[in-house]
Write a protein that binds this ligand. Sequence first.
Ligand code: BT5
Length: 260
Amino acid sequence: MNAQSLQTTLSNLNIGGLRYFDSIGSTNDEALAWAAKGARDFSIVVADEQTSGRGRLSRKWFTPAQSALAVSLILRPDSRLRPHLSRVVGLAALSIAQACAELNLAPRIKWPNDILSNGKKLAGILVETTWSGAEVEALVIGMGINIHRESVPPAEFLQFPATSIEDELGNKPPAREEILRGVLSALVEWRGRIGSDAMIETWENALAFRGEQVQIQAGNQSAVSGELVGLESDGSLRLRDARGEFIPIRFGDVSLRPAA
Ligand code: BT5
């Protein structure tokens, strides 16, 4: 993978700009800085290796060389996207899931930001923003996708089991550029329909643990348990507690687990 192979493979996608690095700290940091300096809509930062890849709450994201996709996509909200910014993590999750389904995997979305295959984490998403006064100026959608076996971190690094596309397929995956093209093509398609009911329904139908009991932990607060029913129209999670009452779980740094 290099800048030329990415330009060639993504040539039909109207990419705003491309910055490629053999090695970088975090593609999200680069994309946030670029967005603040005026990067065009749909620009991407791609790295072969990240030395300080980030998850939420400054958790580490593992991206060893030649094995994974680490991409940050910059979106500048237009009038269609702006009313639905809370759906953007779903936009990314759906797009990664759709690209994996095209490879004949059966991905599920562990709300809000993980893609699972056979109950193991295959990809993670980190959405960050730049602001202009009180308005979101740009969104940076960081996507880390495990492609080859070598991208899967050692077990002691993980709270949740992980896998890669190669592990799940049982044979060689397509080139990383091709997989990225699949993700970005799906994202272009779903971005055009971000306000639609179909977007929420498709996202909801792809959720992991639907109809099952789950536990949600947000920071130091006590955990909330209930049946995972689906999504609210803003993309919040809808649980039903033991008394049958619906509880919306807003985004934020929550973690979802199947109930013990
Ligand atoms: C995430 O956070 O899952 C978001 C990951 C986003 C990574 C992308 S890569 C491109 C862009 N640039 C960045 O610097 N970041 C974005 P979270 O839900 O907080 O999960 C983090 C946890 O996942 C860690 O604490 C580990 O336990 C686990 N983990 C780390 N690397 C992993 C990997 N490669 N595969 C599976 N799990 C991993």
